[in-house]
Design a protein around this ligand. Sequence first.
Ligand SMILES: Nc1nc2c(ncn2[C@@H]2O[C@H](COP(=O)(O)OP(=O)(O)OP(=O)(O)O)[C@@H](O)[C@H]2O)c(=O)[nH]1
Ligand SMILES: [Mg+2]
Length: 578
Amino acid sequence: MLNSFLDLTPSAAAFWRRRVYQFSTCAAAYNSQALRDNEAHSEDYETYQRRRKTEWKRRQGGQSFLDHLIINVRGGKGGNGCAAFHREKFLPFGPPSGGNGGRGGDVYILPTPELTTLTSVAKRVRGENGGNGQGTWQNGKNGAPLVIRVPLGTIVREIPRGDPRRTKDEWEAEAEALEGLEPAEKQAKMRDNRWVHYPRYSESNVERDAFKEAEQLLFKQERDRRYARRKREIEHPIYMDLDKEVEVEEDPNLPLGLPRKDALGHLVASGGQGGLGNPHFLSQDNRSPKFATRGHEGERITLSLELKLLADIGLVGIPNAGKSTLLRALTGGRAQTEVAGYAFTTLNPVIGVVRVAADGSFEGGLSEGMVHEETLIEEAQKQTKMEEGAFADALTRNQQAHSDAVTRGFGAGHRFDIIEHFRFTIADNPGLISKASENVGLGHSFLRSMERSLALVYVVDFSSPAPWDEIAILRDELEQYLPGMSNKARMVIANKADLLAADSDTASIEDAKVKLKRLEEYVEKKLTVEDEYGNQRSLDIVPISAKYSQNLKKVVGLMQEYVVEAREESKREREHQS
Ligand SMILES: Nc1nc2c(ncn2[C@@H]2O[C@H](COP(=O)(O)OP(=O)(O)OP(=O)(O)O)[C@@H](O)[C@H]2O)c(=O)[nH]1
Ligand SMILES: [Mg+2]
């Protein structure tokens, strides 16, 4: 029956096909348990989803990982003043009673540690408008302040005049709207934008001296405001490096029951002032003013937001080299980055923290014999463990800390906190392939987040036939992105060393040694880089196995050296400048 219906109209058929598809995908999501039981089906479904996700990401050109954004901010418009007269029994000519308009809402920017990307920041932000004034002296409501929440570490800059990305301010917008009109028409429109008249008095008002004077004054004030604004833009353009949280100081002596004050952050665009009601224009010469002013437009500015994603060390490698596995091994599995055996598993940079003790041991290396498997396998293992009830009598975090205190002598607290001596951050990145600069693969826009890293580390798959070719590709792509960027590289990590000489006979061990030698020779010959002072520097080579956490202590030691060196360098530079 459905088929005959589908044959009727092609668009209806498409609709139904879509519905049926949607239904089946929903059902698939709901029945994930059933799918897991049906191994083959689940495989297909997962692969299908991953493929869709990677393709979508590719079309985005790496843009969905937001670290740079331009936003238009507009303070709220002030409410209009009101032209009204008081009415009361036995009082035939009541006094003017129009209320003032409310102020437009201000717009603030607030750094918060709860966010990590700029994805949630709207591109156009409008403050709330003020309410209009009303009769019997009722003033309009003020617009509520609006807070733009950005992650800590965001740099906010005002885009200056002349930049094509800047949007027009309120005066320029008005001028544009009135372009091409006759002068008289223009004047009438501008008046309309600024004045409210008592009904049927709009024409006679403009003839009156009192109105003309008031209008002159209004234009003068507006010119002053405009001048002050331009001056501010030139002398103090907005530039904020938001890497500290804004704290609200509360008076401890405040009466109980007052609502808690939330931090507003930094003011970026103030709302427009409310218009004045007609009582404001009452004077000896003008006993019954029949006009009021409209609210001012809010400030309009264009801001560029840039997120400083600063990882000390960036991992660079082709897909499947094991970058994500390495990050998990270094952080003891705390960095939740996905690991799987297909290209482009990682779609966005992920940052992890490596914590090192004074003796060079690091948090990830504490539990020996840990195997970092692919995410899917690990999840399945965890699931079976849970179903078997293995976690039923697992220690709680406090009990764990206590038992650590007894067995290792760490003392109470988090397991590693007491002995932590040094920490640095490390970024796992999407895979880089040849022609990434032509937007092949995931492109290379994610390299932006590594421009300011202190050091880069190449990760290559040592079990592949020619790991040296991988390094050449990576270096070329880095240079394509930013000439000179490959000079930041300090180390080559030859991962998956466990796959070589796996059968541990002498011949295969010999082969592995020869291969390592060849890699070393290649790096020595081709990859010597030049540092800022023109010194030639060769890269360190470390064979490791990220999956089985082999030889990672050496990696961490070397990384720590690079970071210490670079931090001291930048400290010296800062002192030199000041
Ligand atoms: N035998 C072995 N396999 C490893 C090792 N490191 C990673 N793998 C495997 O290599 C595959 C890819 O690992 P990932 O960590 O996802 O690789 P990646 O470089 O992050 O890949 P993309 O995110 O796609 O760029 C997975 O199947 C891992 O289990 C290792 O040291 N030894
Ligand atoms: Mg990865």
